[in-house]
Design a protein around this ligand. Sequence first.
Ligand code: ZN
Length: 218
Amino acid sequence: MNKKAVVVFSGGQDSTTCLFWAMKQFDEVLAVTFDYGQRHRLELDCASAICKEQGIEHHILDMSLLNQLAPNALTRDDIEITDGEEGQLPSTFVEGRNMLFLTFAGVLAKVKGAKHIVTGVCETDFSGYPDCRDVFVKSLNVTLNLSMDYEFVVHTPLMWLDKAQTWELADQLGKFDYVREKTLTCYNGIIGDGCGACPACELRSRGLENYLASKGEN
Ligand code: ZN
């Protein structure tokens, strides 16, 4: 039977690594990107460019209601990007975002006859996002199955990896340079190694340095 998957795809390091992972695992892969009024429209362009280059069917879904519900630093210029202080969530947090993304990805998957849904959420670099936890993803998987009377399998290949291990996975997939050069993680909208100063760049470059250091040691 044709194994078909929908990848939740932002054009960033994590979801691009997941896209390549999915392309190895499944016969047919589709990508879905959510437009929720990101500060940098470049994120959508970047996602589109990668899908085009890889020959992946790409869907962009309008999720502007998310910004209406929960204004946050990713969509509003007047909210500063800050790390979470003790016990607080960072200002980039959007309440329920991942739950909504996965739910809509599920609806698309069913419409497209795909059973598999792939998401790059990760509990290891847990910033306190409750809907990125493994227990939540498993719970939603059951709920999706019940809601649509279907047997979805939600895959989270990065769930237990740290950032260095995510680089390692990209490398194992033969896509290290591609992910390094063509993905957009930076909050300031700079593709590849980014601005180097924002929290997303710091996390990404720390992981990269750790991976390259561990590789040198082996
Ligand atoms: Zn940056």
